[in-house]
Structure formats: C-alpha cells, structure tokens
Design a protein around this ligand. Structure first.
Ligand SMILES: [Zn+2]
Length: 153
C-alpha cells in the first residue's frame, strides 16, 4: 500500500478485522517510513450466479429480491429476519459450491424451500405457491397432502 501521508510503499498491518456480513476486511496499517497509521478496506468479491428461468431467460441471482419474496411469505409468521438472512446465505453457498455459473430457477426454488420448510410451514406453502409457479391447482393439492402426511407420520 502507498502511505497517504508520505507516499512510502511499505507498511505493517497493525490490526485486521473481518466484517462477515459485508464481506469486508478492514486493516489498520502503519507506514514503515513516517510511522503514521491509515486504514484500508478489502472487499471480497462473490462470483455472480445466473438464474435460468423456465422461459429460458437469464436473471442475476439477487439476494435482495429473494429476501423480499421470503419476507412476504413470512408475513405475520414467527420467523426472525436473521433466520431469513441465514437461509439465503446458506442457499447461496450451496449454489456456489455446485460450481456452475448458471442455475435453473427450479434448483434455487428447491434449495430455498427445503430450508424454509424447517423454519415455518405456512411460509413454505406461501413461497412455494409463488416461486414454483404451479402449473395447476393439482400440484398445490399434492404439496398440501404431502405436508399433511408428514405431520401425521
Ligand atoms: Zn508514510
């Protein structure tokens, strides 16, 4: 790093702090020449994921959009925002691990639903009905039946 005070290009790192939520590494540095301190921020770039929709069009994987959808599904349900954020992070990690740059909307919907079901079943059904875009009401009936069965057994 170039010292902002004297232009010297060598420093020592005094302190490093990683902000998990923002993926930012903050470093306090001390110039080896003038000994003054300055701060740098490193942002870890996450690779972008593309969603292939049913009609073949592409859309970037957008956490905010997914969060908005989940918040709607969790409206008036006892689900914490932290849990929703955690769910989205886990889904993103799972998708990134697959090492594909393109993922079908069905895969993403499935990954979200698997986890949402553990959080809240009402939210799960709401999200499923919107996200999976059921072809007909029979699909929805089947889903409800499956849930009923898992409740009884
Ligand atoms: Zn300096």
């Amino acid at each position: 790093m170039i010292c902002p005070f004297c232009g010297h290009n060598q420093d020592s790192v005094v302190e490093s702090r990683f902000n998990n939520n923002a993926n930012i590494l903050r470093r306090r540095r001390q110039c080896l020449s003038c000994h003054r301190r300055f701060t740098t921020y490193e942002k870890i770039e996450t690779p972008s994921l593309w969603i292939i929709k049913r009609d073949g069009s592409r859309q970037i994987f957008d956490k905010h959009k997914i969060k908005a959808g989940l918040l709607k599904a969790c409206n008036k349900r006892p689900v914490k925002i932290d849990d929703i954020d955690g769910l989205i992070d886990k889904v993103e990690q799972e998708l990134l691990r697959k090492n594909q740059s393109e993922i079908s909307s069905k895969q993403i919907g499935g990954a979200i639903l698997r986890r949402l079901r553990h959080l809240d079943e009402v939210a799960y059904i709401r999200f499923a009905s919107v996200y999976l875009d059921f072809d007909n009401i029979n699909d929805f009936d089947q889903l409800i039946n499956k849930l009923d069965k898992s409740h009884n057994g």
